[in-house]
Design a protein around this ligand. Sequence first.
Ligand code: NAD
Length: 491
Amino acid sequence: MIRKDMYIDGKWRPARSGRQREIINPYDGSVIAQVAEGAREDAVDAICAARRAFDTGPWPQTPAVERARLLFRLADLVERENSDLARLESLDTGKTVTESRWDMDDIAGIFRYFAGLADKNAGEQIASPNPDTTSRLVHEPVGVCGQISPWNYPLLQASWKMAPALAAGCTIVMKPSEITPLTTIRITELAEEAGFPPGVVNTVLGPGIDVGAELAENHAVDLISFTGGIATGKTIMRAAAGNVKKVALELGGKNPNIIFDDADFDLAVDYALNGVFFHAGQICSAGARVMVQAGIYERFVEALKARIQKIVLGSGFTDGVQMGPLISADHLAKVERYVAIAQKEGASLVLGGKRPDDPALKNGFFYLPTLFTDCTNDMRIVQEEVFGPVISVETFATESEVVERANSTIYGLSAGFWTRDPDRMARVSRALRFGTVWINDFNVYFVQAPWGGYRQSGLGRELGRMGLEEYTEVKHVYQNHATQPINWFGI
Ligand code: NAD
């Protein structure tokens, strides 16, 4: 049974308005749940609860080792529920259940990692320039954190925020995407079972322009952490200026995957496909911009074509299915618009470019894996995030040319390149200005390594030690052990 309420101050409750929203299965358009549709007033209730829990509740006095114990317990519960959580995530997003299981494994690991860091962030003594004094740095929780997550990796993205915030000692108000709230609701139940005190973990449901905007604007919120699109990120940044709250942004990407002619050809083809068609291309780090050196361009396109034609679409719960649907009818329409723009701008459509003919898929939001060639740097399909199963292939002549072109984007989340030349590995990894650079691999991330973007791909870093630091303030405590009179004024 899927719970439908919001969780505020340790209690489950409907929206004050009583409104509800239908949650749709993208595979066939059926309704899988009805959940509370909150509004600003519900967000305010949750913020007040988190504020009380931070200012006067037991949480600030809870020792770091106890916070760690609760997070370890939550990791165990995620592991216990792995199959059910994965099933729920696939129902809600359409992705294959195998991918969802990998997500759940990662999520348990994320809670363990930050549980392990919770009691290792006590601060340090620094050198004071004055005799008979001590100076120490103390890491303290930022306070009340609003956490807004997207629909593509609903629980994974929520966990990237939830785990470090709780490890640092903050209280949180989570807001999942209104179209994929189910696993965030479920992990809130697990947090309750793990024993987090009332008000420490709150989950509000509802639309971004209402509930999300309240989290970004409200002066009782100390930090807003957001993962989603660039336009929303900019709105949130402006809203956060009202009380100069801290802002952490994980925005989109248009990630180049560069294939030099000395690369291991077959591996590069294999990873180019994985780089973009995973979760139907709805990944911020999708390698949708493939750049192939001139000498191997034709052969590379042929190899991509041969394998793309064999991609199996269908239900994420069916064995052998490799790609599910897009998330929604609106998103499908956006991908269709980009494909039309690419054709108008002169890119050559080699494969796909339409919905599948299979009548079994007609009620879902499916789109065929799509391949464009003859793409150039100025095309919107090359510069903008499509967030769908669409590859654009460009060719290049030299290393310096491709680096310059790869960097000429407003995004800077991730990039990958393929070569066997160790000197080139050093040169190109230094020259590419992206938050993550993969050499002879693509789309790898893990909790120990920080994740975030250069340029307009974001602000700050999630995961790794830096992920915990986002949720802490640093206090300098200076103590004079032998205070002497100054005798300056009025003597
Ligand atoms: P989105 O920006 O439409 O929505 C994201 C979240 O913001 C949702 O919860 C939504 O309700 C909320 N929201 C919308 N308007 C708001 C407002 N005015 N104020 C406050 N909150 C608001 O993004 P999406 O379509 O859900 O997700 C796709 C985007 O997320 C893509 O651009 C993708 O690249 C990005 N993304 C980035 C990363 C990363 O790590 N950098 C990871 C996953 C997704």
